[in-house]
Structure formats: structure tokens, C-alpha cells
Ligand binder design. Structure first.
Ligand code: XMP
Length: 250
């Protein structure tokens, strides 16, 4: 199954558009692993995918993550996303993408700013060869995102477009499996949805702790919601995850 098929199947089975961002912090690796596994075990039937950041890989090591968290996700039929925000030249981008894919991740997050030639081209070919996904940052969820993602750029002649619209077009041209747009910015989600049409998935981080609203994001066109602290830092992660459930076809 491709990444797209896996996430859609998990979303349908678990009645959920929630991608769990498992970003716990603890200086003691065994506590970090234990708590991360407890959270995932508790919510695995209420989410559609798991997203890991480099901070967890730094704390635990890739091998330990593969043998524990990725294995549990895999055994639970949940696809895994590596939030690597790749943004380097081709050969190092390719090495990182291959390493994460071969460790078992189903998709990777990259920044389109490196451009195609000897930038993201090799990430997309590594993904294609393994039936994995590439998700591209299109508009980040933090307040500072406006500084660059809304900047007007010249796209030929006098035509000025905000950067995120150009990135949206690139994501389509490069055949990304999804775009990432902050849930904190429903108007931007609507505009991106208008530009890409109904089928390309839009992933929205920033629900809960950053102030984004799950329903407003979905109404604006979000396909999946990336949620971290509002679930894993809750005294009852499972109930919190149940509270964020939205049917994939609602
Ligand atoms: P919280 O705890 O705020 O965590 O729910 C959000 C998660 O999403 C990630 N994040 C982003 N990832 N583009 C991304 O690719 C973004 O604009 C963005 N904003 C937040 C963050 O790393 C955390 O895992």
C-alpha cells in the first residue's frame, strides 16, 4: 500500500483525521521511550498516523525508535511520518530521506525552499522508488510564518504572488502527497484548497496548544490534523484524542 492509501485506510478505520505528533521530552531515554509508548498505546485506535520529530530521534536513537515506536505503529496499521523538514542540497537530502525510509517511515516532511534541481529532486526519487510519501511545508503554523510565506514574489512579468501560492503550485508540479498549512490560518487553508482542488491532502498542525481550531481547519479544507501537546500533555491522552475525532469524510 502507498502512504496515501495507508493513511486513508487508518483514518476510515479509526474515524479520525488526527496525526499524533509524539514530541515528548525527557532527559532520561528510558522514561522518554516509556512515556512515548504509553501515549501511543493509549491513543492508537483514535488516530490515523504518527508523526515524529528529530528531537525524539536525538533522544532515543533511530534504531531504538525503529524497534519500539515504529514497530508499535506498524503493528497497529498506522503510517508514520518523519518531520525532518529537509532543506539541504541533493546528496545529503537524499541520504537523510533514504535513512528514514529504510528505517520504516512511510513519509517525510521537506521544505520546498531548497528548490528542485539537486535539492528535492532526489528526495522525490528516493520516495517514489519505495512507494513512500513527501509532504511539503506550504505555510507554517507559528505567528512568524507570515514574514516569509506571505511575502510577495515576482513570478514573471509584473505578476506578484504570495510565496505560499507559489509553493502550492510547486507541490502540485512535483507531485507531493500532501501540503502542510498551519491550522492557525483557516483563510490560507481555504486559499490552498481552492488552488489544489478537492483531492490533494492538506495537513494542518497547530490545533489546540497553538490556538488552531480543528473544526474550523476542516471546514476550511484541511484533510488531516497534526496534534501534539493537546493530546500527549493531557492528563488523559485517549479522551483528548477522542475529543478531536472528526470523520474523514465529514
Ligand atoms: P503541537 O504541540 O503544537 O505540535 O500540537 C505541533 C506539531 O506539528 C509540528 N509543526 C509543524 N510541522 N509545519 C510542520 O511541518 C508547521 O508549520 C508546523 N507547525 C508545527 C511541530 O513540530 C509539532 O510536532
Amino acid at each position: 500500500m502507498s502512504f496515501d492509501e495507508k493513511i486513508l485506510s487508518a483514518a476510515t478505520r479509526n474515524h479520525s483525521r488526527t496525526v499524533l505528533a509524539l514530541d515528548l521530552e525527557n532527559p532520561d531515554p528510558s522514561q522518554l521511550l516509556g512515556k512515548s509508548m504509553d501515549v501511543l498505546r493509549g491513543v492508537k485506535d483514535t488516530i490515523c498516523a504518527v508523526k515524529l520529530n528529530r528531537q525524539l530521534i536525538l533522544g532515543l536513537g533511530l534504531r531504538a525508535v525503529t524497534e519500539s515506536i515504529l514497530k508499535l505503529a506498524n503493528d497497529s496499521n498506522l503510517p508514520t511520518i518523519m518531520d525532518a523538514k529537509l532543506n539541504d542540497v541533493g546528496h545529503t537530502n537524499e541520504f537523510m530521506a533514504r535513512t528514514y525510509f529504510d528505517a520504516g517511515f512511510d513519509a517525510i516532511i521537506a521544505s520546498p525552499i531548497a528548490g528542485w534541481t539537486d535539492g528535492l529532486d532526489k528526495v522525490f526519487s528516493a520516495a517514489e522508488a519505495r512507494k513512500k510519501g513527501v509532504l511539503l511545508l506550504t505555510y507554517m503554523s507559528n505567528p512568524g510564518a507570515e514574514e516569509f510565506y506571505s511575502l510577495k514574489a515576482n513570478v514573471g512579468g509584473d505578476l506578484q504572488k504570495p510565496m505560499f501560492e507559489i509553493l502550492t503550485q510547486r507541490a502540485r508540479d512535483w507531485k507531493a502527497q500532501g501540503l502542510i498549512v498551519g491550522a492557525t490560518k483557516p483563510k490560507i487553508i481555504s486559499r490552498v484548497r481552492e488552488l489544489v482542488g478537492p483531492n490533494l491532502p492538506i495537513y494542518c498542525p497547530g490545533v489546540g496548544a497553538q490556538g488552531g481550531d480543528a473544526k474550523a481547519a476542516v471546514e476550511a479544507g484541511a484533510t488531516y490534523l497534526i496534534i501534539g501537546r493537546a493530546i500527549y500533555a493531557s492528563p488523559d491522552p485517549k479522551s483528548a484524542a477522542i475529543g478531536f475525532r472528526i470523520e474523514p469524510n465529514a
